[in-house]
Ligand binder design. Structure first.
Ligand code: ATP
Ligand code: MG
Length: 422
C-alpha cells in the first residue's frame, strides 16, 4: 500500500468542514479590511528564496525543497508566501498603480523539509497578508489586528500578542555590533547552531529554542536600547494605534523572527493554552522595508504576516471550540424504486432553489433511512411514496420537532424559505 509522504496529512470528514469554515471567515474578513486576493506559483526559481528570505535563515539553509526541473532550472517549492508576492509586485509593476498601499492576501500550501511533529509539517497551509507601499504605523497595527480579530471571532481565548521592533537598517547594524561584542566571551557556552548564528546572523541567537533559558541570554543587550530616534518613534506610534484598537500586547525583546528581511515592527501571536505544546506560535509577521529593493524593485516599505492553519486547528481543539457547521436542510427518502425519478428531480430542484439537499442512493428500507437521517441530521425529511408522486402533495417532517406538514410541490420553496428563515 502506498502511503502519504512523511510530514503531510489528508483532510477529510469534519476537518474538511472546519477548514472551509475558516477559509470563508477569512475571506469575509478580508473584504471588511479591503484586501485583494492574490495567487502566485507554488514553485519559483530558487534564487528568489535565497535572495528574498536570506541565505542564513533556517528556511533557506536547512528546510527548502529544491530540485532541478527537466530543463535544468533550479526550482524551489515555496517555503513561505512573502517572497513570491513581492516578486509578483515587482514583475507586474503593481507599484506603478495609484491605489497605494497595495493590500494583498493569499492562502495556500507551503513546503519546508522539517522534522515533523505536532504543529509542524512538511506541507502546511498558510493564510497571510502583505501591504506594500506605506510606512504608516497605522498599517502595522492594522496587520496585527487582522489575526487578533480573526482569533477573537473564533472565540479563542488563550492568545498572547508579542511585539518588538528591530529598527531600521542603521539601528539593526548598531545592535548587531553590540550583540557580537556581548556574546564574544561566552561563545563556547552557546549551542552548535548558535555558534554558526554568531558568525552569520547574531540576532537569531536570541530566539534559539535551546539556549533561551541561559543567564547570558536573559542579560543580553536589548534592541529597544539601540533604536535610533526615527525607529523609536515608529514603534511608539504602532503601540499607540494598537491601544486605539484595544489590542493587548506585550513588548518582548526576544522576538526577532527567523527571516532576514524584517525591519522595525515584528510580532508573534502565541497560544498560551495549557498543554498546547511547544509549537505555540500561531502566526507571525512584521515590517520588511528593504525586501522589495533587495529583489530589484523600487524602494517600497511593506508589512505583513502569515498564519498557520494546522496550529490554529490545534488551538481550536485545545480550547474545545466547535465551529458552526453548514448543515443539511433537506433529506429525501423515496419509499421504493418507483419514486426514484420523481425524488431525484425534486432533489435537484430544491438544490437549485438554494437548499442544502441530499437523497438516499442506497435503496435503504424506511427504517434504515430514518437511521441515515439521524446521522445526516437534516432540518427536514421528505418521504416520497406512491400517493405523493400522484398528487404532488408532499409530507414534510421537521426532523427536530417531528412535526409533520402537507405541502403542495409548487409551494415547497416558499414553505422552506419561511421555515428555514426562522
Ligand atoms: P517556527 O519558529 O515555529 O519554526 P517560523 O518562524 O518558521 O515558525 P514563519 O515562517 O513565521 O514561522 O511562519 C508563520 C506561521 O506558519 C507560524 O507561526 C506557524 O503557525 C506556521 N508554520 C511555520 N512552519 C510550519 C510548519 N512546518 N508546519 C506547520 N505550520 C508552520
Ligand atoms: Mg521554522
Amino acid at each position: 500500500m502506498i502511503q502519504k509522504p512523511k510530514g503531510t496529512y489528508d483532510v477529510y470528514g469534519s476537518k474538511g468542514k472546519n477548514i472551509i469554515y475558516l477559509e470563508n471567515l477569512l475571506k469575509a474578513l478580508m473584504e471588511k479590511y479591503n484586501y485583494n486576493y492574490v495567487r502566485t506559483p507554488i514553485f519559483e526559481s530558487s534564487d528568489l528564496f535565497h535572495r528574498g528570505v536570506g541565505e542564513t535563515s533556517d528556511i533557506v539553509s536547512k528546510e527548502t525543497y529544491d530540485f532541478k526541473d527537466r530543463g535544468n532550472r533550479n526550482i524551489t517549492l515555496r517555503p513561505e508566501g512573502t517572497a513570491g508576492i513581492v516578486r509578483s509586485f515587482i514583475e507586474n509593476k503593481m507599484y506603478a498603480e495609484a491605489n497605494t498601499p497595495t493590500k494583498n492576501w493569499y492562502y495556500g500550501p507551503m513546503y519546508r523539509y522539517e522534522r515533523p511533529q505536532s504543529g509542524r509539517f512538511r506541507e502546511f497551509y498558510q493564510f497571510g497578508v502583505e501591504a506594500l507601499g506605506s510606512n504608516n504605523p497605522m498599517l502595522d497595527a492594522e496587520i496585527i489586528s487582522i489575526p487578533v480579530t480573526f482569533y477573537k471571532l473564533l472565540g479563542l481565548k488563550g492568545i498572547k500578542v508579542n511585539i518588538n521592533s528591530l529598527g531600521d537598517i542603521e539601528s539593526r547594524l548598531n545592535y548587531k555590533k553590540a550583540l557580537l561584542d556581548y556574546f564574544k566571551p561566552y561563545i563556547n557556552d552557546l549551542c552548535e547552531d548558535c555558534k554558526i548564528r554568531y558568525e552569520k546572523n547574531p540576532l537569531r541567537i536570541l530566539d534559539c529554542k535551546l539556549d533561551n533559558k541561559l543567564e547570558i541570554m536573559i542579560n543580553a543587550p536589548k534592541i529597544i536600547d539601540y533604536l535610533n530616534e526615527e525607529s523609536k518613534k515608529h514603534f511608539e506610534e504602532v503601540k499607540k494605534y494598537l491601544d486605539i484598537l484595544d489590542i493587548d500586547y506585550v513588548v518582548n525583546p526576544n522576538v526577532v523572527r527567523g527571516l532576514d528581511y524584517y525591519t522595525n515592527t515584528v510580532f508573534e501571536v502565541e497560544a498560551s493554552i495549557e498543554g498546547f505544546g511547544s509549537q505555540n506560535v500561531l502566526c507571525a509577521g512584521g515590517r520588511y522595508n528593504g525586501l522589495v529593493e533587495t529583489l530589484d524593485g523600487p524602494s517600497t516599505p511593506a508589512v505583513g504576516f502569515a498564519l498557520g492553519f494546522e496550529r490554529l486547528l490545534n488551538a481550536l481543539e485545545a480550547e474545545k471550540i466547535v465551529l458552526e457547521e453548514e448543515s443539511l436542510d433537506i433529506y429525501i427518502i423515496p419509499m421504493s424504486d418507483e419514486e426514484k425519478t420523481y425524488s431525484y428531480k425534486l432533489c435537484h430542484d430544491l438544490r437549485m432553489s438554494g437548499f442544502n439537499t441530499d437523497i438516499d442512493y442506497m435503496s435503504r428500507n424506511i427504517k434504515s433511512n430514518f437511521k441515515q437521517a439521524d446521522r445526516l441530521n437534516p432540518k427536514f425529511v421528505i418521504i416520497i411514496g406512491d400517493e405523493e408522486t400522484k398528487t404532488d402533495v408532499l409530507t414534510i417532517k421537521n426532523n427536530l420537532t417531528k412535526e409533520e406538514y402537507k405541502v403542495k410541490t409548487e409551494e415547497l420553496v416558499n414553505f422552506f424559505d419561511d421555515l428555514l428563515d426562522e
